[in-house]
Structures are given as structure tokens and as C-alpha cells.
Write a protein that binds this ligand. Sequence first.
Ligand SMILES: C[S@@+](CC[C@H](N)C(=O)[O-])C[C@H]1O[C@@H](n2cnc3c(N)ncnc32)[C@H](O)[C@@H]1O
Length: 235
Amino acid sequence: MNPPSGSNQPTEKLQFYGRRKGKPLKAGRLGLLDNLLPRLKLSTDQPIDPDVLFPGKSVRLEIGFGSGEHLAYMAQANPGVGFIGSEVFLNGVGSLLRYVAEMDLANVRIYDNDVRYLLPMLRSNSLERVSLLFPDPWPKSRHAKRRFVGPAMLNEMARLLKDGGEFRVASDHPVYVEWTLLHAPQHKDFRWEAKTPEDWRVRPADSTPTRYEEKALKAGRRPAFLTFTRIARTG
Ligand SMILES: C[S@@+](CC[C@H](N)C(=O)[O-])C[C@H]1O[C@@H](n2cnc3c(N)ncnc32)[C@H](O)[C@@H]1O
């Protein structure tokens, strides 16, 4: 099966440097992974059309949702929107499943693996927002290639987002903020519309803090919230 046009499904195994598992999961979470995950899980064996997954809804993607509190909040607050969450860390997937079950969320689908396998399978021009919240910063310059934001991923975000769609990046690490501002506003398909410090110092009003945002604030680090708008396609 060919991937959707304009994308390259990696054929080799991608190197992943983060954690896949943490503390042993309790029976309740294991039960959710066994019983609920199979119903919500996305497979990358076939191209994925978000409009088919969520008929009549606009669709957003959250990359590296961690424990899933932000994704669950957004899904509850926006029942007319479909949410795809991707997370490699099994304990995080278990945590999101608990929110989905307890909050009875019907608009969430999960990709429980490296998002780099998912992205090429999603139809072009199909998402209204992609959120990347507190990505692993990889601050050493010799690890810069591990950072999610970069020219190749910005091309992929531009392919996936609809005209006027948003790529939201939050980080409390100055190296990552600087890195993102070096790449994203210069991309031909994105515009950074911030005019005043409030436009990037304050979390977008429609959202809720993630666990990593709370950790950063407790440690006295002030995050940046960068929103890049997908410029309208011409022709
Ligand atoms: C620093 S944590 C932030 C979690 C959450 N967004 C928050 O703000 O609390 C980064 C998360 O991204 C996940 N992650 C890293 N690379 C990923 C990838 N390629 N695909 C999916 N998830 C990824 C990690 O497993 C981790 O849970």
C-alpha cells in the first residue's frame, strides 16, 4: 500500500532515544491497555484519512501527550473536534486511557508509537492543529538532530495542516525555544504572528497546563508558547 502523496513512510526502524516504559503498570491500567486501547488504536498499515476517522469534525494531533491531561481536557472541552494523540511511553498511554474511560470521551484516537511512523500515513491538508508540548529538548548541540522541530518536520507539519491551521510548540528550555524560533518563522509555509510578549509568554487561553508545564513553573522556569500559522496554499 502506498503512503499518502507527499510523504515517505520510513522503511527502516527509526532510532528512538526516550523511555518506552516506566514503573510497572497496575491491574487497572493493564486492563485498559488490553481492552480499551485496541478500540482506539490507530494502525499505520494503511493511509489514514482524518475526515474518515472523525466524520464531520475538524481534527487535531497532539505529539508526545505525556500523561494525556492536556489532550483529555481539550477533547472534553471540544466535543466537535476529533483528537489524535501519539505517545511512545506506555505508562503515558495508560494514563490517557484512564482519562478517556473516566471522562467518557468519544473523540480520541491513539497512536501508541513513535509519531514519525504515523505522520506520513496521514492525508495531506487534513489537520486544523498540531500541538507539540514540552518536547524533549536535547539541549546539547551534538544531539540537535534528535529535536523534533527542524526543516524536515516543519515540511511535514506544513503538508498536514490546513490553511490557517496552527502548529503549537511549548517549551521551557531556552535552547529549544531559540532553536524553534530559528527554524519555524523562516519556513516558507509558516508565519509567527506574535506581536507582544503576552503573545508567547502566556499559554493560549483555550488550553490547560500539562504536567511538564507545571513542573517547569514549580522550578521557576517560565515557558514559551509559540504558535505558527500555516500560510494559505496558492493555486
Ligand atoms: C518531556 S515529555 C512532555 C510530555 C507532555 N507533553 C507534557 O508536556 O507534560 C515529552 C514526551 O514526548 C514523548 N515523545 C518523544 N518523542 C516522541 C515521538 N517520536 N513520538 C511520540 N512521542 C514522543 C515522550 O515519550 C514524552 O512522553
